[in-house]
Design a binder for this molecule. Structure first.
Ligand code: SF4
Length: 316
């Protein structure tokens, strides 16, 4: 391992894979979510306010092609990006018949500046037919599936009204990997029923799951959510930045060094965010975490181990 290695950043993966600066362009393709429309449940996950993670220019009133054009124009102006991945972001982007999905994804891929797709979804919104279609597309281009794992504990998944258990997540990820598609996991640390030790153990479970990429979010309390109502009725601890910095570094140290890290914290629009308020820029957050890692001599994977408990959970 290189002496200056802190963690395995997503930007490096993109640069090495595509040989150029690549940015994601988010689109809203008009999907909904079975956890909101009554198929699985109503009301959605307790922390979810869809507006809080949908960029301004990704709105279903524009066609997907128009959103791609607008997103590329915006990103080109701000960064030196040369190639683009279309990120199907809000709601569950595989929640439709396979023919509809194939037409939608093929249209996005036909854009001359698009080099691949990243598709956000729930683990219960995928099946072998959809995965086979995606594996076919992946013969010619880059296709990544992004699954909301959120927690590896069934008790938490029930409390946050996810509408599926962890075994469902493990099955979807295993099947996706078998077909050679890249798997990104999205996880949240800070649910009030979980201890810090449980959060750290969850890194061992993620290692055993075998995700390629991980987004690590701190829990946010966002307006107009069930979690916001619970927080108002009975406030609970949310991580200050100093607490988060300590936890995420310890988490990274237990995470396998080959897992690519796409996010080290969560973001929400200021006007929707109830807590926590860190009052730091993105660059400051990353700089603070990295300099603390250097100060401690910490690096991703330094403490990797997979206790029997983690292996048992993922084997189910
Ligand atoms: S977080 Fe995702 S799965 Fe949960 S309600 Fe929101 S869109 Fe649906």
């Amino acid at each position: 391992m290189k002496p200056n290695f802190l963690y395995n950043p997503y930007g490096k993966f993109l640069q090495e894979k595509f040989g150029a600066r690549v940015h994601k362009v988010s689109v809203h393709a008009g999907f909904t979510c079975p956890n909101r429309d009554g198929t699985v449940a109503r009301g959605g996950c307790t922390y979810c306010n869809i507006v809080s993670f949908t960029p301004e220019n990704a709105r279903p009133k524009y066609s997907v092609r128009d959103q791609i054009d607008a997103g590329i124009a915006f990103v080109k102006k701000r960064f030196e990006a040369k190639k683009f991945i279309v990120y199907f972001q809000p709601y569950s982007n595989t929640y439709a018949p396979v023919k509809h999905l194939e037409a939608l994804y093929s249209d996005a891929l036909s854009h001359p500046e698009v080099v691949g797709l990243s598709i956000g979804t729930r683990p219960d919104c995928i099946d072998d037919e959809k995965l086979a279609m995606l594996a076919d597309l992946a013969r010619e281009t880059f296709i990544g599936l992004e699954y909301g794992i959120e927690s590896v504990y069934d008790e938490t998944l029930q409390l946050i009204n996810r509408g599926h258990d962890f075994a469902c997540t493990a099955r979807a990820i295993r099947r996706t990997r078998e077909l050679g598609l890249q798997v990104t996991g999205h996880t949240i640390l800070g649910f009030p029923n979980e201890t810090e030790e449980q959060m750290l153990v969850s890194a061992d479970v993620i290692n055993a799951l075998g995700v390629d990429v991980l987004k690590i979010h701190n829990l946010h309390i966002v307006r107009h959510t069930e979690l916001a109502r619970q927080y108002a009725a009975q406030p609970f601890r949310v991580f200050s930045f100093e607490e988060w910095k300590d936890l995420v570094i310890r988490y990274l140290e237990r995470l396998a060094p080959d897992i690519i890290i796409e996010r080290l914290y969560g973001e929400a629009p200021r006007d929707l965010l109830i807590a926590p308020h860190w009052n730091l820029s993105k660059a400051e957050i990353i700089q603070e975490i990295e300099s603390e890692m250097r100060r401690r001599g910490a690096r991703q994977g330094r403490l990797v181990h997979a206790p029997a408990e983690a292996r048992r959970v993922t084997a189910e």
